[in-house]
Design a protein around this ligand. Sequence first.
Ligand code: C2E
Ligand code: MG
Ligand code: MG
Ligand code: MG
Length: 283
Amino acid sequence: YHAKHHNQKAMLFHSQMYEQVSERMNVERHLYHAINNRETERPFTLYYQPQIDTRTGKTKGLEALIRWQHSDWGFVPPNKFIPIAEENGLIIPLGKWILLEACQEMKKMQETEGYCLPISVNLSPRQIAQDDFVEMVETILTETGIDPKFLVLEITETVVMEWIDSSVEKLEQLKKLGVKIALDDFGEKYSSLGYLMKLPIDIVKIDKSFIQNVHEDGGIKKILNKMINLIQHLELEVLIEGVETNEQLAFLQKQKCHFVQGFLFSRPLPIHKLIGCTPVQNT
Ligand code: C2E
Ligand code: MG
Ligand code: MG
Ligand code: MG
């Protein structure tokens, strides 16, 4: 009985693994197709989520978030395919497309609205590691003709962890182009304060897990308060992600945290649903 029981478990485990592996391969295959046909089939779109100034309630910038609409599966969330694209290298052509698309959107905004909101674009570690990454950004800036100060590049701690010295150098080259750098999901994993001092960054985005656990634990309030003060003390901008309730907003206003992002204000939306519908703050 024992052996049989054990065997069944092993088989169950195997079949689950098999399903996971084959699902992954399936996603990979479709992703490959989607990326190769991105211009004709337009399977990807960028949605945008407003970043709000808590002092005025106005939109001070947008974050671009990719959406994949699959003809059979429907909407595939980025967490399902970005890590795969990062592993197999498809993030290189996809990431370039995302950057170009976001810059073209800014250009259009400038032309039709007469103002430009800064747009934040998420980068993956593998993109930045490319030798010609800085050149690629420069080419896109030149081709679209947008003012580089409107482009914000979001990196995560993972980017930096693996190669701190070369990444500092690369970020410095990017900053020379005139773009801004934001450290995304700060505190999600390692929350090393050392990075904050070493890296040439402009903005720190505190991971949504902090504000979302504030109600449960008085300790988190204290930690958030200290983090906000420390970041501001380093003369960096601080933005809190994942603000969903008025209580959370009130708490952050009390902390003098000036920038927030979250479902309380808006979910990520297609650009036409935001532009002209949202009071904006020109800078
Ligand atoms: P992220 O860059 O930290 O983006 C924020 C995520 O939090 C987005 O999920 C957004 O929809 C979600 N969010 C915003 N406000 C709230 C809120 O109030 N509550 C909750 N629960 N969630 C909120 P999304 O769009 O599913 O993206 C997930 C992650 O996928 C992103 O995290 C980013 O790491 C990655 N990603 C998305 N778009 C891109 C892209 O264009 N390029 C790259 N490399 N990664 C991307
Ligand atoms: Mg982000
Ligand atoms: Mg984030
Ligand atoms: Mg994230």
